[in-house]
Every structure is written in C-alpha cells, then in structure tokens.
Design a binder for this molecule. Structure first.
Ligand code: TYD
Ligand code: MG
Length: 453
C-alpha cells in the first residue's frame, strides 16, 4: 500500500525538502518551510508498467536502434536535432520570454501535422482560439494538429491516452500543474515533477515530447535549468529583441551533435529559415565608415560574417567606460588594454562602445582581430578597406593566433564578394580561396601599420 509522504515546502521559492530546517537552503529565507502531507499516490505514472526484475545484458545484445526518426519538416530544426525527433525523446526548448518559442513550437506542429502525423499542442498560456489565429497567420496547419488549452497534468495524460498523438508539444512546462503537489504552478518542485511524469510517459508510450521553458537572461527563474539534466536534448532559442535574427542552438543533444545551429529570421508571418545568414547580417553594413570591421565567425559548424562596430571617444567622466553589446565585456577590456600597452594609444582616456550588428552574440575569441581593427579604425578615424574580413584571436602580448575552421570562414567571405582576409600566420595550408588576397598578421602592430597608419 502507498504510504502518506510528508514534505517541507519553502513558501518563498517553492522548493520541497525532506526534513524541516530553520532556513531554506535554496533561497536562504528563514522560517519559510511549511509542512505538507502529500496524498498517497502511485509511485509511477499510470502508463508505466510495474517494474520487472533487474536485468543486465552483454553490450552486443543491446538494441541500439533509435527507431525511425520523425522528421519535423523544418530543415533548420532537423539539422539541429541531427535528423529529426527520436521516438520517446524529451526535448526542452528554452529561451527568454518573447523570443519566439511558441511560434517555433507551433511551426513544428504545423509541419509535422501536414505530414498526416497527429501533433497534440497543449497550451497553458493562450486560449485555443489565440493559437488558431496565430496558426492561420503564420502558415497552414494539417488536420492532424490538435489543440488543448489547459494546465492540468491529469487531463493532459488522459488526452494523450485517448488521442495517441505522434508528437506532443507543451507550451509552457511552467504553466502545467499536478494537483498532487501543493506548490503552485511554476515552482521548481511542480516543474520538476510535471516534467518527470510527462517524460516517463513519453519514454514508455514512445512519442517525442517538446516542452517550452522560459529562462530569464541570468537563468535565475529557473524551472527549466533544473530540467536540463532530465531531458535528452536542450534547444536554446536566442536572439535580441528588436532584431529579427534568431539562432537555435543545441546545448545538449543525446541523439546528435551540439555543433549544429539553426538560423531563422522572425518576420511578420512567423519564423523563416535563413539560407544565407551572412547576406542578411551584412545587408545594412556601413563598411566604409571608421569603426566598422567585418569578422568571420563560426556558429556551430557554420561560418557567419558579421559587422563589428566600435566607437572610441574621449572619456566623458573620469574612469573610461567599456560598453559592449553582443561582445563579452572582459574581452573588450582586455583588447583595449593590449592595444594601449602594445601600440601606445591612450585608450585609458577613452570610452569605448562596441557592438555586433544584427543581434548576434559573439562566442569564443575568433572575432578579436576584427574588434581590435574596429577600435583602431575608430580611434584614428580612418576607415578600413570595405572588402577585407578578419579572423584571428589576439593574445595578451598583442600576438595574433590562428582560429579553427579558417578555410571555411574564408570560403564564406569569398562567396559574399570579399577579396582579402587578415588571419594569423599559418592559419591555412596552401593558398586561400581563388581571387582572395591573404594578409598574414603576426601582431597588432602589423595590423595598424598595414591598414591604419
Ligand atoms: P512568441 O513565440 O510568443 O515568444 P515566446 O513564446 O518565446 O514568449 O513570439 C514573441 C514575439 O515574436 C512577439 O513579440 C511578436 C513576434 N512575432 C513576430 O514578429 N511575427 C510572428 O509571426 C509571430 C507569431 C510573433
Ligand atoms: Mg510563448
């Protein structure tokens, strides 16, 4: 017989603890734990078979087939997933509010349903009518797209039992509530319990489940963070509000690489897959103005050209300001310090604003050389040649180092009409792409001498 369980729930952060404590170890609030008796409950979701005796088998006898993948039909999503959804898998689509997660899930639901596969779309945030209106606006749904507007986990489990969907989408996991847990929807305990029951059901019945989860910029309102280890894949949807570019990145993927990214543009009628992201990003380039340099970066395995802008002005108030956007603040300070020390330019008396155009966030160090070139260009008020791209890491001594995938970066640049490239010595074997002039830059002094002075 199932036993009655007792938990101590923090009224402040919603976390459940096994024993009583004077202070909640999760949020640090004093005297916030309150005792709750949980109703007796079956220990497993209803669709799970009672556990069988433990077995171990030799590795070669283990069935390693993933089953037939379910292609979503959105090629950028399939690329990130490594070829489609694996039956029984659990997937988290995370991102900041307003970035486009619901739109992405709905578009996946549309393309899956158009293949005649039933997609159960559970919306806990919007009414079914709102979802229908959005769906009509952004594309065509197949007749197998089924909507349920509600937040109750029991009803969702029943609906899945009845309707036997091929794929299930939940928008969002924070809104779904299991009445066996006293804490309100969105609390860490609720989110974890609800997700674990849905994931167990998905695994046993064999349907893939896509769960949307909101994450704030610093990741603190953290339902989804606690889910990351429970699911098979975490797809993070990134972008800047006010910019249309969106990047879907696999932070974790048990069924494929985490190197692939999907690139979309948010348009008035939904998300469009972007074949030529560099073209989109450079479309408004001001290459001939001082302070602009083009960096060749890699997003996953895809080369991407982005415009980096810097504005260097005399410091307005005492301490110099460093204002990066899309660039790591530490990296900007470091480059300014290296430029000051190695080239003797007085950046310590200057404010520096630096920006990546188009809402891309730079990761890694491959754009160092472009950023240094943009800062130099703005400081001296001299434009860089418009058809040159930069790819290289800058060290503390002002030396320029090769970055991985340089040839791919140069080929992308050549495709987009760039005729010269600045890279570290030894970055590529042999010559560069046809018609492209390669400048080998050993250190920042060489860069300044060749392009600025
Ligand atoms: P949404 O998918 O609701 O974001 P999330 O679920 O991550 O909170 O989309 C939010 C924004 O996207 C909204 O501000 C409007 C914009 N948007 C478009 O620009 N075009 C569209 O076709 C749709 C559906 C949304
Ligand atoms: Mg939403």
């Amino acid at each position: 017989m199932a036993k009655t369980r007792t938990q101590f729930m923090c009224l402040e952060c919603g976390t459940a603890h096994e024993r009583h404590m004077g202070r909640c170890p999760d949020c640090g609030t004093f005297n916030s734990l309150k005792e709750h008796r949980l109703a007796p409950q079956p220990s497993q979701p209803r669709t799970i078979r009672q556990s069988s005796p433990p077995v171990a088998v030799p590795i070669e006898q283990v069935d390693a087939s993933e089953g037939d993948r379910i292609v979503t039909g959105l090629s950028e999503v399939d690329r990130v997933l490594g070829g489609g959804l694996v039956p029984g898998c659990g997937l988290l689509i995370s991102g900041e509010p307003g970035i486009g997660k619901s739109t992405l899930l709905l578009q996946i639901a549309q393309t899956v349903s158009r293949q005649g596969k039933r997609f159960l779309y559970v919306t806990g945030e919007e009414s079914a009518a709102q979802v229908r209106l959005r769906s009509d606006r952004i594309g065509a749904a197949g007749s197998e797209l089924w909507l349920h507007s509600g937040c109750d986990l029991g009803s969702i489990e029943e609906l899945i039992d009845q309707n036997q969907p091929v794929v299930v989408g939940i928008d969002s996991i924070q809104t779904i509530c299991w009445d066996q847990i006293p804490a309100g929807a969105g609390g860490v305990t609720q989110v974890r319990e609800v997700a674990s029951r849905l994931l167990a059901m998905a695994r046993n019945v064999g349907f893939p489940i896509l769960m949307v989860g909101h994450v704030t910029k610093d990741g603190t309102v953290a339902g989804p963070r606690t889910l990351e280890h429970m699911v098979d894949a975490v797809l993070q949807f990134e972008g800047e509000r006010g910019h249309s570019l969106r990047i879907l990145r696999a932070l974790k993927n048990r069924f494929g690489s985490t190197e692939e990214v999907g690139i979309f543009e948010m348009c008035a009628d939904g998300l469009k897959e972007v074949d030529n992201p560099s073209g989109l990003l450079l479309s408004s380039r001001h290459g001939s103005s001082p302070g602009s340099a083009t960096a060749a970066i890699l997003e996953g395995t895809r080369p991407l050209l982005v415009e980096i802008q810097a504005l260097v002005t005399p410091a307005a108030h005492g301490a110099p300001a460093r204002k990066p956007s899309g660039i790591d603040a530490g990296r900007l300070s470091m480059l300014a310090a290296v430029l000051e020390k190695r080239l003797g330019i007085p950046l310590g008396d200057c404010d520096i604003h630096a920006n990546v155009v188009g809402g891309v966030k730079l990761k890694g160090t491959a754009a160092d050389l472009a950023l240094a070139a943009a800062i130099l260009s703005s400081f001296h008020d001299r434009s860089l040649p418009k058809d040159v791209i930069f790819a290289g890491e800058v060290g503390l001594l002002g030396e320029v180092r090769p970055v991985p995938g340089t040839r791919q970066r140069l080929e992308e640049a050549s495709r987009l009409g760039f005729h010269s490239a600045c890279v570290a010595p030894g970055s590529i074997d042999g010559s560069g792409p046809e018609g492209m002039r390669i400048h080998e830059i050993e250190e920042l002094q060489t860069l300044a001498a060749r392009f600025i002075q």
